[in-house]
Design a binder for this molecule. Structure first.
Ligand SMILES: Cc1ncc(COP(=O)(O)O)c(C=O)c1O
Length: 457
């Protein structure tokens, strides 16, 4: 039985709730969903020791995504990523990590006192967007480095760039090292015509936010574990550390509902893909703005078409200015903007009217743009040179420093733009002139960044 149906049936029984939570299933105090919000009462299993309804729901989800084991996560992909890295940390002291990983990965590295060996992906030409991590980069790094606990890659990236996870996994497995894919933005991959996802491509651990692209409540995620390099039990033990001991039944019912939806409503996925194709066709008539297609770049293995990247290069607009015009003039709210582009994210809940409105707004703004002589692209972010482990830098004596005076100093904290939460400076990194020039260029183009950072004394 679907968890949602079990909760609905239970809420109609009129059972007296002398147990947590304190709202007693009364929705009067603005508690949307209170009627279904229970705790681990008899018959409703326990996420951290699943033996009934939840065990069955998670086994069903594993079947839907094609994994050996799956577990619902109620603290987002953040909780899943912390658990996955913590579970693998004992395998070695180093971690091979893509430079464009989310802050949850870096926090896990800090917490587990790992030494990051940073893999810097190439850039999609003239865009400021990271391209795919080539399998050879992983292979070469593993030839050089010993005692590597794990390889961590983000795929798809925030902008939808997908790496060759099959090739990366094959390279890592030749060295006996497991691969964790942060697929927070790709729970829909492999369904309908969308490109292959990381589970079926052979990664060992895959963490997906269900809430980012599927109709699921915020904070819902799922972890998939397979193969013999990572023990599912070890992952669950770590998940117990990082996840609440009172997981929300609303969130878990939402996870379960997503799995059923993917399996039972393929037409809805096809329809989403079809409206994306229509939108892309309409955007061919733009004269100044440009809908980017990352797969045009030879440095991109594959891309998720659900992320819509609008380039403003050569129009006189910045990404944040485009985002602002869409909000103020058309009531359209985008996900984020960087210096040279703005990013719209679609999901399984996107309807044709959303994309018609977006297309109309872009065409109207495009008509007010001019094409200017090609402006100089922002330099690619410099490769960070780490002098210390992040954990050691963070715990060392430090002082707050204005960025303009930080050249040559070693960072004792992170600097990032949020979203997307990818570090621009890492703790332990020597701050060089190239990094400061890159940050200044981002700021000049409207990207909000702190102008101070903690540095080692
Ligand atoms: C690439 C990536 N990984 C992980 C996360 C964390 O996901 P969650 O918000 O589900 O914790 C995010 C959040 O934006 C992200 O962009």
């Amino acid at each position: 039985m679907r968890l949602y149906d079990a909760l609905s049936a239970y809420s109609r029984t009129g059972a007296v709730p002398l147990h947590m939570p304190g709202h007693k299933r009364r929705p009067e105090d603005y508690l949307v969903g209170a009627a279904l919000d229970i705790t681990e009462i008899d018959g409703f299993d326990n996420l951290h020791q699943p033996e009934g309804l939840l065990r069955d729901a998670m086994a069903y989800a594993a079947g839907v995504w094609g994994a050996e084991h799956s577990a619902f996560c109620v603290n987002g992909s953040t909780g899943g990523i912390l658990s996955a890295i913590h579970a693998c940390a004992g395998r070695g002291e180093k971690i091979l990590v893509a430079r464009n990983c989310h802050k949850s990965v870096w926090y896990a590295i800090e917490l587990c006192r790992l030494t990051p060996v940073v893999l810097t992906p190439p850039m999609v030409e003239d865009t400021g967007i990271f391209a795919s991590i080539p399998p050879k980069m992983v292979e070469d790094a593993l030839q050089m480095e010993e005692n590597v606990a794990l390889v961590v890659i983000t795929s798809p990236t925030y902008e939808g760039v997908i790496s060759d996870i099959a090739g990366i996994s094959a390279a890592a497995h030749r060295h006996g090292v497991p691969v964790l894919v942060d697929e927070a933005h790709g729970a829909h991959l492999g369904f309908g015509p969308f490109p292959l996802g990381a589970v079926r491509a052979g990664a060992d651990i895959v963490i997906q936010s269900l809430h980012k692209t599927l109709p699921s409540l915020t904070q819902t995620a799922i972890a998939h574990v397979q193969g013999n390099l990572v023990e599912f039990g070890a992952f669950l033990r770590s998940k117990n550390i990082f996840e609440t001991s009172s997981p929300s039944y609303l969130l878990m019912a939402s996870c379960d509902g997503c799995a059923h939806l993917l399996a039972e409503r393929p037409a809805q996925i096809e329809a989403w893909y079809a409206i994306l194709a229509d939108f892309s066709a309409q955007m061919q008539t733009l004269r100044h703005l440009r809908l980017l297609c990352p797969t045009d770049s030879p440095a991109v293995f594959s891309a998720d078409p659900s992320k819509l990247i609008v380039s403003v290069r050569g129009t006189g607009l910045t990404g944040p200015a485009l985002l602002d015009r869409l909000r103020r003039e058309f009531g359209i709210e985008l996900e984020m903007a960087s210096a040279d582009y703005a990013l719209a994210m679609t999901g399984l809940g996107t309807v044709p009217e959303h994309l018609d409105a977006f297309a109309g707004a872009l065409l109207a703004i495009d008509a007010t743009c001019r094409t200017l002589p090609a402006d100089k692209p922002i330099d690619t972010p410099p490769v960070p040179h780490l002098c210390l482990r992040p954990a050691d830098a963070i715990s060392a004596p430090q002082a707050d420093c204005p960025l303009h005076a930080a050249e040559g100093k070693i960072a004792a904290g992170y600097l990032w733009a949020y979203p997307p939460g990818i570090p621009l400076i890492l703790p332990g990194q020597r701050i060089d002139a190239a990094t400061l020039a890159y940050l200044a260029a981002l700021r000049e183009n409207g990207v909000a960044l702190s102008d101070r950072i903690a540095v080692l004394l």
